[in-house]
Each structure stands twice: as C-alpha cells, then as structure tokens.
Design a protein around this ligand. Structure first.
Ligand code: HEM
Length: 275
C-alpha cells in the first residue's frame, strides 16, 4: 500500500482528501480541459449536433452514476453525508437535449461511454464509497462549466443568455451558488471518516473518471471504426461490450464534431484559472 503522507511520522494527520484529489488529478484535469472538444466549446465554436452528442454521452454517465449513488448512499455513512439531490444532473441533461430538440435515444453509448459506465456500475457493487471519486470529478466540472455555458450559448442556433431553456443547465446547474456549493462539497469530503485504503481508492477512481470522460471526448471526435483499433486505445472495463454499429445518428454527430474542431485557424483559448 502506498503511503501518501508527506512525513514519515505516523502521528501526522493525513492530507485532506480534497487537497489530494486536486493535486493528484491536476494532470488529468489539464488533459481533459485541453481536449479539442472542450477547446471548441470554450471558444464558442461547438455546433448544435456536436453539443447534443456530448450531452447524450454524458447522460449515460450521469444516469449510471446517479442510480449507483441512489442505490448505495443509505448503506454507507460517507455517501449518505455527501450525496445531495443538487449533485444529480440527469434531469438537466434531459432538459438540455429537449431544448435542442433531441431525444436521448438518438445517442446510444459510444464504446468509451460503455466502458466508463461499466466501471462505475462495478464500483457500486464492489466498493460504493469509491463512487465519490467519480462524483468529485463530475461535480467539480461545474467549476469550468460556469465558463463553458456562456461560450456554448454563443454558438449558432443555441438559445441566448437568459432565454427560457438555456440548453446549458447541465454545464451550469448551480448558477451563482456554484462557488458555495463546491466549497461545501470539498469541506464535506474532508470531514468524512475513511480508512487510508478508501482514500487511496477514491483518488484512484477520480483519476480514472477523468480518463473515462477524456476517452468519451476522444470517441466523440475520432470514433473508432474497427473493434481491434478501439481495443488498443481503451482499457477494458468490467462490463466491456462489443462496439455498437455506426448508426446514422452516430455518423451525423461524429461528422459534426469533427467539422467543428478541425478548423485550421483554431486558437487555443486559455482560461485565467487553473485548478
Ligand atoms: C474547457 C474546459 C474546462 C475548463 C475551462 C475548466 C476550468 C476549471 C476551473 C476554472 C476550475 C476551478 C479551479 C479552482 O478554483 O481552483 C476547475 C476545477 C475543476 N474542474 Fe475543470 N475545466 C474544464 C473542464 C473540465 C472537465 C471536462 C472536467 C471533468 C469532467 C473538469 C473537472 C474539474 C474538477 C474536478 C475541478 C475541481 C478541482 C478542485 O478544486 O479540486 N473540468 N475547472
């Protein structure tokens, strides 16, 4: 077992979990934030179909995670303390897809989505407390979502700021309460009574969740054409399933995402903050 304490003294308290999560996933965050799909979104260059494709995949992830949290929270004190209804995004995603005139059925899970959801479902059975690592990543993503939402609304044919059904409920679900809620989430993480092994697992699962999201971005932008090519790029999950066929809907989303992120004059938009 790795010892993450900064001193060899065994009576020194362990580093707060929120600090460990931030520090030990910094590189994972950087990779996700700099993915061309995110760069297109923050640059206001994502089109409607590509944005819908992103929401459609995230819907699978949230549906899986939120069902797992609902099923397990009352069995585990740490989950019971931290898991709140306002951390759930399934309804926001459905509302955004509806604003875009999309139905979820048009967005079957891509291979990376299947794998990531399989890993989440596996944790629910084996080590529910580790779901907190995935929740940290998805809840934490509302920090960047506050910047992404107005940028995405600038994209063509998306509703304007302040209009009913912004289409960006998922990205910015908390509005002005985001900072406070995020601070509260982190403080709550730090008061949980967890064993060293549970802490290590939560951090490892957070890092894996960043990878899961990144792989979904990759599938959205460069969908695999052959199963063997796919298998060489993604780690297999516990419920790895055969790659779904390229339906017309998938082809449409893939082409649209590729078109919107491959503009030659693309400039990387930097944010002033780094987590
Ligand atoms: C263009 C895309 C993104 C931008 C601009 C962005 C920006 C930010 C910003 C400004 C923060 C707050 C940093 C701080 O206050 O210390 C943050 C935190 C965070 N973001 Fe992102 N982000 C992006 C994408 C993502 C994605 C795709 C995920 C994961 C799905 C993610 C997960 C997180 C997490 C977990 C934190 C919390 C870090 C911590 O305080 O522990 N972000 N992000």
């Amino acid at each position: 077992m790795l010892d993450y304490r900064t001193s060899s003294s065994s009576d020194r308290p362990p580093k707060p979990l929120s600090e460990r999560l931030k520090e030990e996933t910094r590189a994972d965050h950087f990779r996700a934030e700099k993915h061309p799909l995110m760069v297109a979104m923050i640059g206001g260059r994502i089109d409607r179909a590509a944005y819908a494709g992103y929401l459609g995949q995230m819907l699978h992830v949230h549906t899986t995670l939120e069902a797992a949290l609902r099923d397990t929270a009352h069995h585990h004190p740490a989950l019971a303390l931290l898991v709140c209804e306002h951390e759930f995004r399934e309804l926001a995603l459905l509302a955004d897809l509806s604003t875009l005139g999309e139905v979820p059925d048009l967005h079957p899970p891509l291979p990376a989505t299947r794998l990531f959801c399989g890993r989440i479902a596996g944790l629910a059975g084996e080590a529910p407390v580790a779901l907190l690592g995935a929740l940290y990543v998805l809840e934490g993503s509302t920090n960047g979502g506050r910047y992404l939402a107005p940028a995405v609304r600038k994209a063509p044919r998306l509703p304007g700021h302040g209009e009913a059904g912004s289409g960006t409920e998922y990205l910015d679900p908390h509005g002005p309460r985001q900072r406070d809620r995020w601070s509260f989430f982190k403080v709550s993480l730090d008061v949980l009574v967890l064993s060293p092994g549970e802490r290590d697992l939560i951090v490892a699962v957070a890092s894996d969740a960043f990878r899961g999201v990144h792989d979904i971005f990759e599938d959205l932008t460069h969908p695999p054409h052959a199963h063997h090519a796919y298998a060489s790029h993604h780690a297999p999950g516990p419920t790895a399933a055969a790659e779904p066929a390229m339906t017309p809907a998938r082809t449409r989303v893939r082409d649209s995402v590729s078109a919107c992120i491959r503009r030659p004059a693309e400039k990387e938009v930097r944010t002033t903050h780094q987590p």
